[in-house]
Ligand binder design. Structure first.
Ligand code: PBG
Length: 351
């Protein structure tokens, strides 16, 4: 029998005929254990406070945080990433490493509720705790990197707040010890200071915390998609983070950041945000010998929710599509504010 001219001999559609066939050949599968839920806990509130730019997400009380942690554990999530929202802030972010600081109190509450059954992660950064809202301590305005003389300082005055990288590392080390003491399994280093992973690793090891896992926000971009997060943590930042977070125009330096963090001892590396940076996720997944995570950030959540609320997009469908896309690009773990919903939908689809 001869094939009529032009008749297709290759029929990729064969493998798409039924849901069962499509399941059989699916290359990427999401599982609740790959999803990490970021949560906010706020000091001094009596009831959860909604975040208007993130419909469905709240600032938790200690009690409601513990409830959501138990739900995360029951849903089989990969982990919980906790951010603290303190009542008082100061120049060096004292609340970050104080045992009674809200984040440390919250870590103890969650750890005693869920033990080792849920991977408990803490955001390790100063921005929620500083009155100026930067991720590090500010350099003495009289000082300027590279300005060796008073004359040079006069002629080249500081333009904006300059972060004192190395002084910040000492604050991160103190914060790391407080978080380890409070029961965090994983510390999420999100400040983008040079040398932060190695510095914190050394401090933890010296204190007997060799088992604490470090998740390095290795390739973190200076992104407008963090907008709603500012409301979520009541941020006081004026200006931006362009002197420490990466320029969205750059790809190669992401690989440099990742290589440095791995060399310094990162156990996991992250790319952030996720959807606008899937090329980076892919490149890092190729280059990294440690698991690669991606953070679908607050603005990504807000976009999907806003469009769904308007009836412009099918919420469940686009949330799952966005997560499968991030996973397909190479992220083994995904931080997403949709983690609980997504885990529920995955459960339903298996039932
Ligand atoms: C810094 C930090 C930020 C986010 C996570 N960690 C804010 C920033 O870098 O400006 C943003 C997360 C999100 O937007 O969902 N501690």
């Amino acid at each position: 029998m001869t094939t009529p001219a032009g008749f297709p001999t290759h029929r990729p559609r064969r493998l798409r005929q039924t849901p069962a066939l499509r399941r059989l050949v699916a290359q990427t599968r999401l599982h609740p254990s790959a999803l990490i839920l970021p949560v906010f806990v706020r000091e001094g509130i009596e009831a959860p406070v909604p975040i208007s730019a993130m419909p469905g997400v709240v600032q938790h009380t200690l009690d409601s945080l513990v409830v959501v942690a138990r739900r995360a554990q029951q849903a089989g999530l990969g982990g919980l990433m906790v951010f603290g929202v303190p009542s008082h802030r100061d120049a060096v972010g004292s609340g970050a490493d104080h045992p009674q600081g809200i984040l440390n109190v919250a870590l103890r509450a969650v750890r005693s509720a869920t033990g080792d059954d849920l991977v408990l992660m803490a955001d390790l950064c100063l921005d929620e705790f500083t009155d100026h809202g930067h991720c590090g301590v500010l350099a003495d305005p009289g000082r300027r990197a590279g300005a060796a003389t008073d004359d040079a300082r006069r002629r080249f005055p500081l333009r904006g707040p300059l972060i004192d990288n190395d002084a910040t590392l000492q604050r991160y080390a103190a914060m790391a010890l407080a978080q380890a003491d409070s029961g965090a399994h994983v510390l999420g280093l999100s400040g983008m200071m040079d040398g932060q992973v190695g510095y914190v690793r050394t401090a933890l090891d010296a204190a007997g915390y060799a088992d604490i896992v470090l998740l390095a926000y290795a390739a973190k971009y200076a992104s407008g998609f963090y907008g709603p997060f500012r409301e979520a943590v009541g941020a006081t930042l004026r200006g931006d983070r362009t002197t420490y977070q990466q320029d969205p125009a750059n790809a190669t330096e992401a690989l440099r950041e990742v290589a440095l963090d791995i060399a310094e001892g990162a156990d996991l590396v992250m790319v952030k945000p996720a959807m606008p940076y899937l090329d980076i996720v892919r490149a890092v997944a190729h280059a990294s010998a440690v698991p690669v995570s991606a953070y679908q950030v607050s603005g990504e959540y807000a976009m999907l929710e806003a469009a769904a609320a308007n009836g412009w997009l099918d919420r469940q469908r686009v949330v799952m599509e966005s997560l499968i896309g991030i996973h397909r690009a190479g992220a083994a773990q995904i931080l997403t504010y949709h983690a609980l919903d997504a885990a529920g939908w995955l459960e339903e689809s298996r039932a």
